[in-house]
Design a protein around this ligand. Structure first.
Ligand SMILES: Cc1cc2nc3c(=O)[nH]c(=O)nc-3n(C[C@H](O)[C@H](O)[C@H](O)COP(=O)(O)OP(=O)(O)OC[C@H]3O[C@@H](n4cnc5c(N)ncnc54)[C@H](O)[C@@H]3O)c2cc1C
Length: 297
């Protein structure tokens, strides 16, 4: 999907496919295409009808990587990788000709496919985060019990106990939310119905991993910062997970919009739950009993 000039905002995608007889001809740039270096084929999301909304005018194609005109311009490394190790490519599609059978799904159906795939992808990111953060918590606890400093084990120091308690609670909340979302996906089998919770767990991923891995790093002292422990990689991964499959901010906007759908504005100057209003309503509703009570006093 992503292009050099646009990632989170698909309305700025410009890479085009134009119908030519029985073929489609693709032109443009794609950026950060994961695993393109080793992939046999690429999944490319392109504009097929620029005259309608991007949500109706984009389609997906399967393009064998060795198709003439596919140029892997360069690879980008993340997490300290060099370009030689990098697995995310900048690709130029230069008059790339594919048959009509290369169209994935329906013409104009790219977003429906993408959202279905990304829904599953996002919950997998969440599950892998539970694994990574759980491993960091295990390591933090072992180190806290093993290391002595300033007269006691680290596990007896309240700051360290706070790290462990906060991490345990954060991870447990997150795990239950992910399980609930996975259960909803199985139950409803309808991406739109589960969209809010998929976006919510995606938006929580970076914070959960960052917080727990950072505390584990800190408890390990200097060793925690070194290449002999996995914590710097975990912390950096939390930043990648705040971008891959959509930035956290965009998921928060989705969650807020979906939550707000369940509410309507107050038709009065004062909020529905304004206490004077509730009190007046209660007095009116229970007037008969209130009079009776007063009469008995
Ligand atoms: C490890 C990794 C793997 C990836 N793999 C792929 C891949 O295989 N295929 C692919 O197509 N892409 C891939 N991407 C790209 C990813 O999808 C994009 O990075 C992402 O969609 C954001 O696009 P962008 O980087 O252009 O950031 P931009 O769209 O330029 O956004 C930059 C920042 O602006 C802010 N922002 C953006 N929109 C909003 C908004 N609506 N409200 C508030 N703030 C906003 C956020 O802070 C955001 O991080 C990958 C990225 C990473 C890090």
């Amino acid at each position: 999907m992503t292009e050099p000039q646009a990632g989170a905002d698909p309305s700025q995608f410009t890479t085009r496919a134009v119908r030519d007889g029985d073929d489609w001809v693709i032109n443009g740039w794609k950026f950060f295409s994961s695993n393109a270096r080793t992939a046999e084929f690429l999944i490319v999301m392109v504009v097929t009808d620029p005259d309608v909304s991007v949500y109706k005018g984009t389609s997906m194609f399967l393009v064998p990587t060795n198709t003439p005109g596919v140029r892997l311009e360069r690879h980008l490394g993340v997490l300290g990788e060099t370009a030689e190790d990098g697995m995310h490519a900048l690709i130029h599609y230069d008059d790339v000709r594919v048959p009509a059978s290369a169209l994935l799904g329906e013409e104009g159906g790219a977003f429906a496919i993408a959202q279905t795939r990304l829904g599953g992808g996002r919950i997998h990111h969440a599950m892998r985060t539970i694994g990574m953060a759980g491993k960091a918590l295990d390591m933090m606890c072992e180190r806290a019990l093993s290391r002595h400093t300033a007269g006691s084990r680290l596990s007896e120091k309240q700051f360290v106990q706070g790290y462990i308690a906060d991490s345990y609670a954060q991870l447990t909340q997150f795990r239950l939310f992910v399980l609930h979302t996975a259960w909803s996906i199985d139950k409803y089998n309808d991406y739109r119905r589960v969209r809010k919770d998929i976006a919510a767990i995606k938006m929580l991923i970076p914070g959960v991993l960052h917080d727990i891995a950072s505390r584990a790093l800190q408890v390990h002292g200097a060793l925690g910062t070194s290449n002999e422990m996995p914590f710097t990689r975990m912390v950096n991964t939390s930043y990648l997970l705040g971008l891959a499959d959509g930035p956290t901010e965009v998921h928060k906007v989705t969650v807020a919009k979906q939550v707000l759908r369940g509410y309507s504005p107050s038709d009065d100057l004062w909020p529905t739950e304004h206490l004077p209003r509730r009190l007046a309503a209660a007095k009116e509703k229970y007037a008969e009993y209130l009079e009776h009570e007063v009469g008995n006093l």
